[in-house]
Design a protein around this ligand. Structure first.
Ligand SMILES: Nc1ncnc2c1ncn2[C@@H]1O[C@H](COP(=O)(O)OP(=O)(O)O)[C@@H](O)[C@H]1O
Ligand SMILES: [Mg+2]
Length: 368
């Protein structure tokens, strides 16, 4: 069915005065703040979203992700700052004039309209003729694999199918900027993963710019061209998933994306750190001075467990996870270390005492 789908090409409102530089930037956010009384939901954010990219806003609950989407879409006015879309200041433009498509977590379908009517509604609103709408609705439903279900009502669909209708309803009018607020969080894991693939495909086929909100790091790693990690209404880091994982800029990022071992301590001369668990070598060029407080971060896949190591640990937990086993060791200080062992390696009995080490260059030295 999907092979029959005609690729949709999206209209990008072009401004004739657009320069080369602005053509590459779909959305620019400048010094954007939003206060609710004395709650600061967004704190002077700056962000550029490139044309055609899929950017995820990732962060814990309450970090400001929804507020940022609401301000971009025009549903909520910012306290200060500017929103520029396709080179035009849209800070005060009404929501329906911004040409933005929105998909929410709760699908918000009309219960009394069929699948096809729900999708056609978006076109009716925009004054598209009936005959033209019929073609576009059929194309959009084919794109999300729902062509055969066009006459069903929402209550006759599974959660995943309803979310596909919501996607079709958004993609059908070809917005060049699409905002999605945790659209998959209500779905079970398998369905969520297949819908992630679906969204990636829709993104690829349409060339649209998508800002996708999630609190799920795996979802962000799987989907994104770039991840924007939010924390307390601020942006902690924006980078490609691999860069974010391999070169986190702060302990908050290292902790949020993937598993991390974090050793807090004081930097000493000779590229070493003194911690509650002993003194460890630091990779060169870390930029900290002797006496500085710092955190040494090591990913679990770089931890090596052998007879001897730079510190001893006792196995307190061993969790089998298919391709790997995660082993937790307690150090004398009470801190713990987590290690990943490929399946097939001999299992480690609880209580075993082992040496813990890691290649020095695999450590990241970050602000404590
Ligand atoms: N309408 C509102 N009135 C008051 N506070 C709000 C409102 N909307 C959001 N907030 C607050 O702003 C902060 C960010 O919320 P939100 O953007 O919903 O975060 P997220 O989507 O990342 O979970 C939270 O502290 C939240 O309580
Ligand atoms: Mg939210």
């Amino acid at each position: 069915m999907q092979a029959q789908a005609k690729p949709l090409t999206f209209n990008t409102p072009e401004s004739s005065t657009k320069t080369e530089a602005t053509a590459l930037i779909k959305l620019r956010i400048e010094a954007l703040s939003k206060h609710y009384g004395n709650i600061c939901a967004l704190q002077s954010l700056n962000l550029e979203v490139r044309s055609g990219e899929l950017l995820t806003l990732l962060g814990a609950s309450g970090s400001g992700k929804t507020t940022l989407l609401q301000v971009i879409s025009g549903l909520v006015a910012p306290s200060s700052g500017r929103i520029v879309i396709d080179g035009q200041d849209q800070t005060h433009a009404p929501a329906h004039k911004r040409g933005i498509g929105v998909v929410f977590q709760n699908y918000a379908l009309f219960p009394h309209l069929t699948v096809a009517q729900n999708v056609a509604f978006a076109l009716d609103m925009r004054g598209v003729s009936r005959s033209e709408a019929r073609v576009q609705v059929a194309d959009a439903l084919a794109m999300v694999g729902l062509k055969d279900l066009h006459q069903r009502f929402p209550r006759e669909l599974s959660g995943g199918q309803q979310q596909r209708v919501a996607l079709a309803r958004c993609f059908v009018y070809k917005p060049s900027l699409i905002l999605m607020d945790e659209p998959l969080s209500a779905l079970d894991r398998q369905l969520r993963e297949s819908m992630q693939m679906e969204i990636k495909r829709l993104h690829r086929e349409t060339g649209s710019t998508i800002i996708f909100v999630t609190h799920d790091q795996d979802e962000a790693l799987a989907l994104s061209d770039r991840i924007c990690l939010m924390h307390n209404g601020r942006i902690e880091q924006i980078d490609a998933p691999q860069v974010m994982y391999e070169r986190p800029r702060s302990v908050a990022v290292a902790r949020f994306i993937g598993l991390s071992n974090v050793i807090q301590g004081r930097v000493m001369t000779g590229d070493r750190i003194e911690s509650a668990d002993g003194t460890f070598a630091l990779p060169g060029g870390h930029g900290f001075a002797p006496g500085d407080q710092a955190a040494l971060v090591v990913r679990p896949e770089h931890i090596v467990l052998e007879d001897t190591g730079v510190v001893q640990g006792q196995v307190i937990e061993s969790v089998y996870a298919g391709v790997e086993t995660r082993v937790v060791l307690r150090l004398a200080s009470g801190n713990s270390i987590i290690a990943r062992r490929a399946s097939g390696m001999p299992s480690l009995p609880l209580g075993a005492v082992l040496g813990v080490q890691w290649p020095t260059h695999q450590g990241h030295v970050l602000k404590a």
